[in-house]
Design a protein. Sequence first.
Length: 291
Amino acid sequence: MIDDKRREVKKKLRTLKGLPTLPPIVAKLTRMIGDETVSAPQIAAVIERDQVLTSKVLRLVNSAFYGFPRRISTVSNAIVLLGFNVIRTLVITASIFEMMQSRDVGLWEHSLGVAAVSGILARDLGLENPEEVATAGLLHDLGKVVERASLVEDYKKIQEKVRNEGVTWREAEQEILHMDHAEIGGYLLNRWNLPERLVEPVASHHELKKARRFKVETAVVQLADILVRARGFGYSGDPWVPEPEEKALKLVGLDEKKLEVLLPQMEVKFYELKFFTEEIREALLEKNPAT
């Protein structure tokens, strides 16, 4: 019975009727990024042929969770600063972020917060690609977006269970879907051929033991998620703040002393992000004055 439900969910994920379709440009970019002879300007030229996509990518690149001191005005600069993998991820998921903004601003805010805090923790640890870790933080709750868009009836049941029984979102997911949003998000990113260093922190951020190669990055995303929930920035679906895993705290070296140093940096980010999300809220109200 459990396996039947999981199979049914994965079958729906393979067809994804509720999510925006991936633009044809994505397949071309994926091929180009895998080709070592292709340069950043060549990849940028392909993205820039699609004006809508260019504007979405540049908006995400310039949002406060990456925190570059100067505005990035071209896709070429964005590729140099963020790397191919991050840009490819933003291209693939730009439409989904737009859908989050319009349908669930609370989850969008929470995801931005987790991206920002993941970046702060990754830089503090001296990790090689802090922007990739921030991007994994941005995508960590992608599974919840998918549930809302493509598993509509199940999503309503999960919501009701959380509201009426006081259980966590994950507990309700496990009972109704026999899997959770982390597994759904990881499954989808894997199908989109995104690199393991992005997939694993998304798929394993609630259970560190599932991470095989990128345990530190996964621990960073787990702790960022918990810190943002505890801070009450955005809304991830339920009011509960999970306990951090001891192993995650050890891998990141996060203790009270380090938190005292990092919390002011986080507060600056939350302040910047609030301006960013308020702009989005206002734009949505202008589009849909009745909502």
